[in-house]
Design a protein. Structure first.
Length: 121
């Protein structure tokens, strides 16, 4: 019998393998972390976290290595977010597999950030 995975199954599996932090910890980390928005460019253009770089989840593995700010895989602290936390979990898992040892995913994503009244640019 073939096992069929849904997108939510992949997200749940990724969340077992990554570090996920809450909004307060994410807000505190803005000054010490690279902030990576893995949403689509149109979502990013409509509003994003201060200082965030946009590399969509669909091309992350292909583009992250060429980005000058993401060259330090061992020491760079990376806060990853998307709209609700699913794509960021998948992206964080991929980053970990690529050797980024300090990447974390923001639980709840941009939606919860915005609903909490935190700064958006």
């Amino acid at each position: 019998m073939t096992i069929i995975f849904t997108a939510l199954d992949f997200v749940a599996q990724a969340k077992q393998n990554i570090v996920e932090i809450g909004l307060d910890a994410a807000k505190k980390s803005l000054d010490t972390s690279l902030v990576l928005d893995v949403r689509e460019p149109s979502e990013y253009a409509a509003g994003h976290l201060p200082g965030a770089f946009n590399i969509p989840r669909g091309v992350l593995e292909f583009r992250i290595g060429a980005h000058p700010d993401f060259q330090d895989k061992q020491d760079a602290h990376i806060l990853v977010y998307c709209q609700s936390g699913g794509r960021s979990a998948l992206a964080t898992e991929a980053l970990n597999k690529m050797g980024y040892t300090n990447a974390v995913s923001m639980a709840g994503g941009f939606k919860v950030w915005a609903e909490s009244g935190y700064e958006i640019v």
